[in-house]
Write a protein that binds this ligand. Structure first.
Ligand code: GLA
Length: 731
């Protein structure tokens, strides 16, 4: 059993970690331990009580002045209980003020992992069933209950958490803040590692030592955002890729989020993460419940590589549902950077023919095929085919593409509306907008009020009609602005604080209807590139367009940062033209291929304009990607060289599970006259096996490669590609 309970001590074990909490003598649920796997020993001995001046004492304790929640590590701290640190719940339970004091009520253990209706969550599978622990807390005064849900996947080495607030009072309760989980770490000084960014520059890794006080990361944009990612790591000062302790929290939510790390007066660190509470309120009527999104926690005693590998595997096996997760993904060509809005049937067919020649697998038709959409001023919301532009029906185009042996993909942006659209002219109140206020536009578009059922149904029915008719094999679901003008004409004034969360629930409902209706569809989500690159989205789509920035050198940092929390096979990565459309930089074609092969590979350029030399390289690239695709899908990934620290080269590595095959890839950033020698050290090999370098035929032991290392090739010119393939051979 992964969940052991004795004398109201709850010990959860995963392969390499132990998580423990306990109902104490005041009937409070306190957190006692999370870290390296140990046994069921009651770890509350680690907590030392003392008289803590100016810290509140809960009523009725015979140890008044000593027993204070302001100091104790907790599982679900609540505003009003005498703990002045960041909390998980702030609510008016009926008295008119925000207050609460929750005591242990009961618990239940169940086989299999809990679900959260309407929200993404890790699931039980044959490979990894998981177990559920539900602990119920009750307010001291009101009939309000908090159900703390723990999902324990022993083999996957992860623990998930979520909370449900249940109103059993006779009246309404009003929640103004609810976090999904709290992680109280009593000892140690931690670094916070997080992933900030911007459009076309997402998930830049930053590591800072936590100061006293509150450090917070949040998105108030209604999306998880390009600017901050809902994934954080706490690590010891000395933790490296291969050594040291670290913890991570991944928030499975595609809306605004709030993560706070507080180092308190006693040097204890508390991490909470949940729905952004900046503009949030939720009214719970008698008998209703509110479920938070899920958080996935993991721990590594062996550095960041191990932490990431655990997450990669857990996400692929028990979060991504798509049948495509284990399948070879089609190598696609997307027409966006090739044509933007300026295409017609002829040039699409020409691109498709060239794609077939090059041995690509799929043509994706991006923005501009519907309504009146020749630029970004109009057309969103009108999901009917522009047959004039396509010189016929979409089905005819798709048939021609299919006849060439290619599959076909189509772009949608279902959550948006252009003011210049039939939909807006007919239903101006279907856009989110605040009565009497000027609308804040972004990319000339507005958010649809998808919190309204009739809006969701209208959009999805249009999309279904197109997909049913054309038989597309792939859908790219885009979202190209932050949520704003947040007022729903369909909700009363006192419920407007619910709109942001209702919006996210609506996105999930729409996506769910799509994936249920077309179980074989390959679904890629996107938000101006990686504005919603998080675990929540991966429940619906096995891959996400990683960034609108296709520059190979910028991608080194973006993909490096993304790899900490998300599987490599989830990152959409394409070879594009040079000078690059976003950065203006020119890099060798081969280098662009190397970088794009650390993801789901494709092309995003006008194949018709490629030189013969480039076509030759592309053919080789495709073959090489096909050779290593299984490693991208299911190999162990190692970040060998950090692009934020090394200006000379960047390297990463894939190793097959049986350790018999490995590919090291990278980019040599700058050329040097009279060059230095740089060694690199492959990871994760079997020290006793012999590995042949496929390019040179030279054979090395795993021990030599890992310990003595290998010199990088002496290249000339900037941005040169690096690739080594080693295979285990008989001695
Ligand atoms: C977003 C996407 C791009 C492309 C355009 C089309 O920016 O990230 O890949 O689809 O929209 O408008």
């Amino acid at each position: 059993m992964a969940i052991n309970i004795k004398n109201q001590i709850f010990t959860l074990h995963t392969k390499n970690s132990t998580y423990q909490m306990k109902v104490d003598e005041q009937n409070m649920l306190i957190h006692t331990y999370y870290g390296n796997r140990t046994d069921d020993t009651d770890c509350s001995y680690l907590i030392r009580m003392a008289d803590r001046g100016f810290s509140g004492n809960i009523p009725g304790t015979d140890r008044e002045r000593v027993y204070s929640l302001d100091f104790l590590p907790q599982e679900f701290p609540v505003y009003g209980d005498g703990d002045y640190r960041v909390d998980c719940l702030k609510a008016d339970l009926g008295s008119g003020v925000q207050d609460g004091m929750f005591f242990f009520d009961s618990y239940q253990v169940r086989e299999g992992k809990y679900n959260i209706p309407g929200l993404p969550a890790f699931f039980s599978s044959e490979k990894s069933e998981g177990e559920t622990l539900e602990i119920v807390l009750k307010d001291a005064v009101e009939e309000v209950y908090v159900h703390l849900l723990y999902g324990v996947f022993e083999e996957l080495d992860i623990i998930t958490r979520a909370a449900v607030v249940e109103n059993r009072t006779e009246g309404d309760i009003q929640i103004s803040r609810i976090m999904s989980a709290c992680l109280d770490l009593g000892m140690g000084k931690y670094d916070l590692i997080h992933f900030y960014g911007k459009h076309a520059g997402e998930r830049q890794m930053e590591r800072n030592s936590l100061p006293h006080g509150i450090t917070e990361l949040r998105s108030t944009r209604g999306t998880s955002s390009h600017q901050h990612n809902p994934f954080v790591i706490l690590a010891d000062k000395d933790t490296t890729e291969s050594t040291g302790e670290c913890y991570s929290a991944s928030f499975l939510y595609s809306g605004g989020f709030h993560a706070q790390a507080e180092v308190d007066q006693f040097n204890q660190t508390r991490l909470v993460i949940g729905i952004d509470d900046y503009d949030f309120s939720w009214k719970l009527k008698k008998g209703e419940s509110f479920s938070t999104p899920e958080v996935c926690l993991t721990y590594s005693a062996d550095g960041f590589s191990k932490l990431s590998q655990t997450l990669h595997q857990a996400i692929v096996s028990n979060l991504i549902r798509s049948c495509w997760k284990d399948r070879v993904r089609p190598i696609l060509v997307n027409n966006w950077e090739a044509t933007y809005f300026d295409f017609n049937k002829d040039n699409l067919i020409a691109i498709a023919k060239e794609a077939a020649e090059l041995n690509l697998d799929m043509l994706v038709l991006d923005d501009g095929w519907f309504g009146k959409r020749d630029d970004d001023f109009s057309g969103l919301g009108d999901w009917f085919v522009n047959e004039k532009k396509l010189c016929g029906t979409l089905s005819e185009l798709v048939k021609e593409v299919h006849d060439m042996g290619l599959s076909f993909g189509l772009w949608f942006e279902p959550e948006m509306i252009s003011e210049d659209s039939d939909l807006y002219r007919e239903h101006p109140d279907w856009a989110l907008k605040i009565p009497g206020r000027a609308m804040n536009r972004s990319r000339h578009q507005l958010n649809l009020d998808i919190t309204r059922k009739e809006v969701r149904e209208h959009i999805m029915n249009q999309i279904f009609k197109v997909l049913d008719a054309c038989k597309a094999d792939y859908v790219k679901w885009d979202m190209n602005r932050s949520v704003d003008n947040v007022f729903s004409a369909a909700l009363p004034k006192e419920r407007q604080g619910e709109v942001y969360h209702r919006y996210v629930l609506a996105v999930y409902e729409m996506m769910e209807s799509l994936v249920q209706r077309y179980p074989d569809l390959l679904f890629e989500s996107c938000s101006g590139g990686g504005g919603r690159f998080e675990a929540g989205m991966l429940y619906y789509s096995p891959q996400i367009w990683c960034s609108d920035n296709t520059d190979a050198i910028d991608r080194l940092k973006i993909q490096y940062g993304t790899s900490f929390g998300y599987p490599i096979s989830a990152m959409g990565a394409h070879v594009s033209v040079c000078p690059n459309h976003q950065s203006g930089r020119t890099t060798p074609f081969e280098t662009r291929g190397i970088v794009a092969s650390a993801g789901t590979f494709g092309y995003e350029l006008d194949l018709m304009k490629m030189s013969e030399e480039e076509k030759k390289t592309a053919r080789e690239q495709i073959l090489k990607y096909k050779e290593m695709e299984h490693l991208v899908q299911s190999g162990d990934y190692y970040r060998l060289v950090n692009p934020f620290e090394n200006n000379n080269h960047v390297l990463w590595q894939f190793v097959s599970k049986d350790k018999k095959e490995t590919v090291v890839c990278g980019v040599r950033l700058h050329s040097e006259a009279n060059p230095y020698i740089y060694l690199f050290y492959p990871q994760g090999l079997d020290a006793d096996l012999h590995y042949e370098d496929i390019a040179t035929g030279k054979v090395y032991t795993g021990a030599a490669l890992m310990k003595a290392g290998l010199p990088l090739p002496l290249t000339t010119g900037d941005y040169q590609p690096i690739r080594f393939t080693f295979k285990a051979v008989e001695k």
